[in-house]
Design a protein around this ligand. Structure first.
Ligand code: ADP
Ligand code: F6P
Length: 320
């Protein structure tokens, strides 16, 4: 491989810039030409491709977001559009592509590889941590810590006012952000899509705990676990207490990546280029038991993510 390209796609995640930097610097160290594609698959199809050098990634390691920008490109599911992307790479004489993104991005990578014969290596980058084949994705840890910061602040004010609060966090269909932030923040109720919950029981438990002298309670809701307004009105109706709502929103997707995400980015970016240097097959990179692994794209979507039920039980046991 002499000429490779890198792109970021789907929702941005803290650590994507650090991962691009790792890909660029490893490629240059191996005397490869490296190109950046702007705006994910959408930009690739349009040929938004520029040459990168060492300085293009200077002062990037600590920045959230992605300087290559990102986009959704629903039409990339069509084989004709994938072929346009492959043609754009050929026009630049690019032999292989590194993509950084989540579940959808890796599906796109599989299609580009299977349908158009492009060599693609996928790096998992999403705050959602919703990929089964890897223990962690770049951005998850930073996002959880941002949520934790919000929980700490909420605790101060909710405790002072004897209030019940609900904070909604992201994660699409995955409850990991809510689970990890909930345990680390000492939240009383963790509502995730993976585990059914009973709002009437929660309401009655909040009421009972108030009568016992526990005057402040916090609920963390993963976005995929139900409708925020319906949950709040049900709990208010059944407990007779008012619930203050915070939707933490896009704040959790920005910010400087923490140590864990920068190290993951460095290890994944380095590995991606090593694979291409050694003429390896298209694959996705991940981490299992702190070892960097590679997995064929066919395994990525097949694997079913297991929810950490023990951690969920710990959350509720410790918050009683
Ligand atoms: P993420 O990568 O964070 O999961 P998305 O689900 O939005 O984010 O996917 C990012 C992009 O990947 C989509 O906009 C689309 O271009 C591409 N993509 C998603 N699913 C597929 C698919 N089944 N086949 C081909 N490309 C896909
Ligand atoms: O995949 C990352 C993510 O932030 C999800 O947690 C969330 O559901 C989604 O992206 C939001 O997407 P958008 O930026 O299109 O609103």
């Amino acid at each position: 491989m002499e000429r490779i390209a890198v792109l970021t796609s789907g929702g941005d995640a803290p650590g994507m810039n650090a991962a691009i930097r790792a890909v660029v610097r490893t490629a240059l160290a191996n005397k490869m030409d490296i190109y950046g594609v702007e705006r994910g698959y959408a930009g690739l199809v349009k040929g938004e491709i520029t040459r990168l050098n060492h300085r293009a990634v200077s002062d990037m390691i600590h920045k959230g977001g992605t300087f290559l920008k990102t986009a959704r490109c629903p039409e990339f599911k069509e084989i004709e559009v994938q072929q346009q992307a492959a043609d754009a790479l050929s026009a630049y004489g690019i032999d292989a592509l590194v993509v950084i993104g989540g579940d959808g991005t890796l599906r796109g990578a599989k299609d580009l590889s299977d349908n158009c014969g492009v060599k693609v290596v996928g790096i998992p980058g999403t705050i959602d941590n919703d990929l089964a084949y890897t223990d962690y994705t770049i951005g998850f840890d930073t996002a959880v810590n941002s949520v934790l910061w919000a929980i700490n602040n909420l605790r101060d004010t909710m405790h002072s006012h004897d209030r019940v609060s609900l904070i909604e966090v992201m994660g699409r269909h995955c409850g990991d952000i809510a689970l990890y932030a909930g345990v680390a923040g000492g939240v009383e109720y963790v509502l995730v899509p993976e585990i059914p919950y009973d709002l009437d029981k929660i309401a009655s438990s909040i009421k009972k705990s108030y009568l016992r002298g526990k005057t402040s309670n916090m609920i963390i809701l993963a976005e995929g676990a139900g409708n925020r307004e319906e949950i709040v009105s049900r709990i208010q109706e059944k407990s007779g207490m008012s619930v203050k709502v915070t939707n933490f929103g896009y704040i959790q997707r920005g910010g400087s990546p923490n140590m864990q995400d920068r190290i993951l980015a460095a290890r994944f970016g380095y590995k991606a280029v090593e694979i291409l240097k050694n003429d390896g097959e298209s694959c996705a990179i991940g981490i299992k038991d702190n070892k960097v692994i590679t997995v064929p794209f066919s395994e990525v979507s097949k694997a079913k993510k297991t929810f950490d039920k023990e951690l969920y039980d710990i959350a509720h046991t410790l918050s009683l």
